[in-house]
Design a protein around this ligand. Structure first.
Ligand code: FAD
Ligand code: NAD
Length: 481
């Protein structure tokens, strides 16, 4: 007889594993099907995020940041760090250990919450029947009351730069270089290109980024994007905009990359090439023809606001559905769906999902950019405040960047916050809370922020929206009595 569960989740990334844990916590008999095996041939939970995405990339970003700080900043603090050296194998090994520990942690959480982990491939048929093909053994049928699809995304490949050995690689390959490439090419100045480009640039690679568009990071507030690009260039990253790659040739361990830009046909030779031109939803062999589940025109599983797919009792979350491809968005959708299944009526505020680019300086934002406010016809006001005016930033010897608020000029409501600078990734949480609670600029202006902290910049930028910032010189006109 077929095994049966109340809830079966397919995919154990941050969307799927969170959905499975939440469903189990809500009392459902839950299974999670995951086909991923790690380099040691063992089943691995955690999806792209924990295995080859968010966590390993941040591990290398943190290691390389410590190195560059020691090399370029320590002397300013009076610390002598001469004869500095690093060991790439150790660095990459540390990253692998973090992955191992975290993915094992998810297995522990499954056990503690009594989630059944089924190692293998899941495929959905009509009437909530799942064809489960174990990584080892015979296929079997599983019957579910509710199905949650969470199969994530995969890197987009382009015919002009197909992956080749360990020379032309995607993000996964770029997390595993065993030596620092002397010359590193990156196709795509998106989040992955800039984060992984930063890792290897800090460790000594000459990094050339080829970006097809003329606009740098179009999803980021223009003023913020300019600041980021200026700083990455200062760090030695050669970012070439409007550069459309037309071909690649691997010869004698090098890659010839041909591209065209406004000046005509160009080429560059590099030792490694990272292709980072975006990701697409991964639904390979997931949907049987009778599943009744539809894709939209871009290949995402079609869902409503509560992540219900077109077949009754089937839900889809994370990178396989519309919205930003972000781990925390996937997790919140997973939790939301488990709540929906248990009869609640939760909502996810897609206007309050933060995004972060973990470069130096970090970029973090939530809500509308100035350009979005403009094109939506909103009557808005802005306030900015520089890190350079913060005592804590001076103490840290990092005064790059600024805070920027976009607020509704009529209602005073905070519409968007954009931060480029030290610890932007942490400070942005304050903006998420403000937007989620519908805060006005005045609400934030009237709060007290600890001194000396970087968060004072957040406060001062809120004050600056109405010209009330304290720690910035501005011309004032005073009426005589
Ligand atoms: P995934 O994490 O992709 O998990 C899906 C899982 O489903 C996979 O393990 C896959 O093996 C499994 N699967 C697929 N099909 C089947 C099937 N038929 N049967 C069984 N199992 C199946 N996001 C952030 O928010 N912050 C970051 O800092 C960040 N950094 C990133 C860095 C890199 C290099 C990359 C590549 C991505 C990064 N992301 C980041 C994006 C983030 O990883 C994704 O948004 C997130 O992992 C999506 O979660 P998910 O649960 O939808 O899918
Ligand atoms: P992306 O969409 O961020 O950037 C891809 C870039 O490649 C774009 O600027 C695009 O114009 C460019 N491009 C596309 N085709 C090109 C071509 N043929 N030649 C040159 N340039 C080309 O995608 P990504 O960097 O691959 O990241 C994928 C997803 O992963 C992102 O959407 C993001 O949500 C997620 N991610 C998030 C984080 C984070 O949250 N910090 C980190 C890494 C990845």
């Amino acid at each position: 007889m077929a095994q049966s569960f109340d809830v079966v989740v397919i995919g154990a990334g941050p969307g799927g594993y969170a959905a499975a844990i939440k469903a189990a916590q809500l009392g459902f008999k839950t299974a999670c099907i995951e086909k991923r095996v790690n380099a040691g041939g063992k089943g691995a939970l955690g999806g792209t995020c924990l295995n080859v995405g968010c966590v390993p990339s941040k591990a290398l970003l943190d290691s390389s940041h410590k190195y560059i700080e020691a090399k370029e900043e320590f002397a300013v603090h009076g610390i002598n760090a001469e004869n500095l050296d690093f060991d790439v194998t150790k660095m990459v090994g540390r990253k692998d250990n973090i992955v191992k520990n975290l993915t094992a942690g998810i297995a522990g959480l499954f056990k503690a919450n009594k989630v059944t982990w089924l190692q293998g491939h899941g495929r959905v048929h009509a009437n909530k029947r799942i064809e489960f093909t174990p990584n080892e053994g015979e296929a079997e049928d599983i019957q579910a009351e509710h199905i949650i699809l969470a199969t994530g995304s995969e890197p987009i490949e382009i015919p002009v730069a197909m992956l080749q050995d360990d020379i032309i690689v995607d993000s996964t390959g770029a997390l595993d270089f065993q030596a620092v490439p002397k010359r590193l090419g990156v196709i795509g100045a998106g989040v992955i290109g800039l984060e992984l480009g930063s890792v290897w640039s800090r460790l000594g690679s000459e990094v050339i980024v080829l970006e097809a568009l003329d606009t740098f990071m179009p999803m980021v507030d223009v003023q913020v994007g300019k600041e980021l690009k200026k700083n990455l260039k200062k760090q030695g990253m050669d970012i070439r905009m409007g550069a459309r790659v037309t071909g690649t040739k691997v010869e004698s361990g090098e890659v010839l990359v041909e591209y065209s830009d406004t000046k005509g046909e160009q080429s560059v030779v590099v030792d490694k090439l990272i292709v980072a031109v975006g990701r697409r939803p991964y639904t390979e062999s997931l949907l049987a023809p009778d599943s009744g589940i539809n894709l939209d025109e871009r290949g995402f599983i079609h869902v409503n606001a509560q992540c219900q797919a077109d077949a009754p009792g089937v839900y889809a979350i994370g990178d396989i559905v519309r919205g930003p491809m972000l781990a925390h968005k996937a997790t919140e959708e997973g939790v939301l769906v488990a709540e929906v299944i248990s009869g609640h009526n939760p909502e996810l505020n897609y206007d309050a999902i933060p995004a972060v680019v973990y470069t130096t300086p970090e970029v973090a934002w939530v809500g509308m950019s100035e350009e979005e406010a403009k094109s939506a016809g909103v009557n808005y006001k802005t306030g900015t405040f520089p890190y350079a005016a913060l005592g804590r930033a001076m103490a840290a010897n990092d005064t790059t960047g600024f805070f920027k608020f976009i607020c509704d000029a009529e209602t005073d409501r905070v519409l968007g916050v954009h931060i480029v600078g030290l610890q932007a990734s942490e400070i942005i949480a304050q903006a998420v809370i403000a937007i989620e609670f519908g805060a006005s600029t005045e609400d934030l202006q009237l709060m007290t922020f600890a001194h000396p902290t970087l968060s004072e910049g957040f406060h001062e930028a809120a004050l600056a929206v109405d010209g009330k910032a304290i720690h910035i010189a501005k011309k004032i006109s005073r009426k005589r009595k």
